[in-house]
Design a protein around this ligand. Structure first.
Ligand SMILES: *[C@@H]1O[C@H](CO)[C@@H](O)[C@H](O)[C@H]1NC(C)=O
Ligand SMILES: *[C@@H]1O[C@H](CO)[C@@H](O)[C@H](O)[C@H]1NC(C)=O
Ligand SMILES: *[C@@H]1O[C@H](CO)[C@@H](O)[C@H](O)[C@H]1NC(C)=O
Ligand SMILES: *[C@@H]1O[C@H](CO)[C@@H](O)[C@H](O)[C@H]1NC(C)=O
Ligand SMILES: *[C@@H]1O[C@H](CO)[C@@H](O)[C@H](O)[C@H]1NC(C)=O
Ligand SMILES: [Zn+2]
Length: 495
């Protein structure tokens, strides 16, 4: 009897040793093959990492025991104001994050910034649907369903300016108290989103404001510890008080002027470029005009023109296949196509991913649908196409609810060439990049993913940027200096 028990115990123990070893090896292999998993940290970086991971585990262990309180399974608007209290967030906020590669011109700064602009002189308002604004020295000679009135007079005529401004502010943000009721589907979300752009348009395309706004945006990026940006712009026609309207080349030149000024004021900033990204909801003739403009701008300022893209709700716009013959002739422009920002598997929208790859896109905007396409994922890896993932945008714009279900976790596990970005943070009151990094790090990535992931994401953003090969080393140097500053001065107790 004792003999048998002894043999059983012995065999079990022996098998157990072996099993644990094999198990450890399997887990290890998977962690290593994920994005950032195979990099190493210095001793100082390990100090940062231990602090970061202690707080990350605190948040996730609590959430695991109280899933009803797990913020990231709810709408971003329901928890966004609590984010700044998170220690993980605070560490991420002060961490250099490299480049911001997917952000749209008119949705960078938040609602308060736009509301402030409504206090400027010479502003007219048309309380039509959507509400529109125009700066003008005289009553604008532009169609308005009701009538143009001076903003200052409209405001002076109300009893309660606080209430009036609170209503006005709603035009400049998608944030609301009951998002689940306000945005039952992608249709309502995008309708509201388009109204946002209509209202912001006249405020921002007034030439002096466009310039000030972009300077302020660059400051906003810098303060969020972003070192470089590629902004997607529709290059709208700017205008003056007397009604003078300029063409797209002038808008591009305004970018050049502001970028130069900002770099002079902040030589430690890495830089900025723009991607010309007009609406995809056009016919072939208009696309042809876009391509002519793109060529002209690229010729004039090749150092700032990063490339070409088409924007707007993907399901509602033209799929890339419509324009393939024209785009094949224009590959020298460098494409950065939005593709796969859809939940409709197997549709023409979904197949934008195929065309983006075949047309030689340098990066793919969103690529949300990629996880359903293993062959396309292989192509993305083989061609080393950067995938610009915007988790909060996908959540706010009704593609995913609980971010634990966002396909980014698959992309990270497969070590796809991912960069994180924010798309239109101003429209939902998010940071240029820190909120997206935080939610992706705690809500989407593995619990075990650590500073190695964050550092690799930041490095990826420089790698997949349109910075010229000959300037990449210097950009990387600037980033490394910022990163080392962060690591050297890190003090866990100050978070
Ligand atoms: C990890 O890095 C080591 C050394 O740099 C390399 O030999 C190994 O192949 C890498 N493993 C993976 C899974 O990438
Ligand atoms: C998440 O929400 C709960 C309330 O449900 C709150 O107490 C907690 O602080 C939040 N966590 C974070 C990190 O915001
Ligand atoms: C709005 O204007 C006020 C007063 O000029 C200023 O203090 C505040 O910082 C501005 N807010 C934003 C978001 O620009
Ligand atoms: C207003 O615009 C119309 C059409 O563009 C033009 O014919 C008319 O002369 C303009 N009126 C004034 C007062 O500028
Ligand atoms: C004005 O409106 C604000 C916000 O709705 C409200 O809190 C305030 O009491 C109102 N003031 C007056 C004088 O009615
Ligand atoms: Zn976008």
């Amino acid at each position: 009897m004792w003999h048998i028990i002894f043999i059983l115990l012995f065999t079990y123990a022996k098998c157990d040793d072996n099993y644990n070893e094999r198990r450890r090896e399997l887990v290890e292999r998977e962690l290593r093959s994920a994005l950032g998993g195979n990099t190493t940290l210095s001793d100082k970086e390990n100090v940062v990492n231990n602090c970061l991971m202690r707080h990350k585990f605190d948040e996730l262990d609590y959430a695991f025991d109280h899933p009803n309180e797990f913020n990231f399974s709810h709408h971003f608007f329901s928890y966004k104001n609590r984010i700044p209290t998170s220690k993980v967030y605070k560490i991420i906020k002060s961490m250099p994050k490299g480049a911001l590669l997917h952000i749209h011109d008119m949705a960078i700064m938040g609602a308060d910034y736009l509301l402030n602009i409504t206090y400027q002189e010479h502003l007219y308002v048309c309380f039509d649907k959507p509400v529109r604004f125009l700066f003008s020295s005289n009553v604008p000679n532009v169609t308005c369903g009701v009538q143009w009135q001076l903003m200052s007079e409209a405001r002076a005529a109300v009893d309660n300016v606080t209430e009036f401004d609170a209503q006005l502010r709603k035009l400049f943000t998608l944030v609301c108290d009951d998002p689940d009721k306000a945005y039952p589907s992608i249709k309502e979300t995008w309708t509201r989103f388009m109204q946002y752009f209509n209202s912001a348009h006249g405020l921002l395309t007034y030439r002096p404001n466009w310039e000030q706004y972009f300077y302020d945006a660059l400051t906003f990026f810098k303060n969020d510890n972003v070192g470089y940006v590629e902004v997607r712009s529709i290059l709208p026609n700017l205008y003056e008080l007397d009604g003078t309207e300029y063409d797209t080349l002038i808008t591009a030149k305004a970018y050049r002027k502001i970028i130069r000024r900002f770099m002079k004021d902040h030589p430690d900033f890495i830089g900025a470029k723009f991607i010309y990204a007009p609406s995809r909801k056009v016919n072939r003739d208009v696309l042809a005009q876009y391509l002519v403009s793109a060529r002209r701008i690229k010729k004039e300022m090749p150092e700032l023109f990063a490339g070409f893209d088409l924007v707007g709700q993907e399901d509602a716009g033209n799929p890339l296949i419509e324009f393939v013959p024209q785009l094949l002739e224009a590959e020298d422009l460098n494409f950065f196509f939005h593709a796969g920002e859809t939940n409709w598997f197997g549709t023409l929208t979904d197949e934008n991913l195929v065309d983006a790859i075949l047309l030689g896109s340098k990066r793919i905007g969103h690529g949300y649908a990629l996880a359903k396409h293993p062959v396309l994922m292989q192509e993305v890896m083989a061609k080393d196409i950067g995938v610009e993932v915007n988790v909060l945008s996908n959540a706010v714009l009704s593609l995913v609810r609980d971010v634990r279900n966002h396909p980014l976790n698959i992309f990270l596990s497969l070590n796809l060439p991912v960069v994180l970005s924010s798309d239109d943070p101003g429209a939902w009151g998010a940071d240029p990049l820190s909120d997206d990094f935080y939610v992706a790090f705690v809500g989407v990535a593995s619990k075990l993913s650590d500073l190695k992931l964050l550092k690799t994401l930041a490095l990826n953003s420089i790698k997949y940027s349109a910075i010229e090969p000959e300037n990449k080393a210097e950009a990387l140097q600037k980033f490394t200096r910022q990163w080392n500053d962060f690591v050297d001065n890190f003090d866990c107790s100050s978070y």
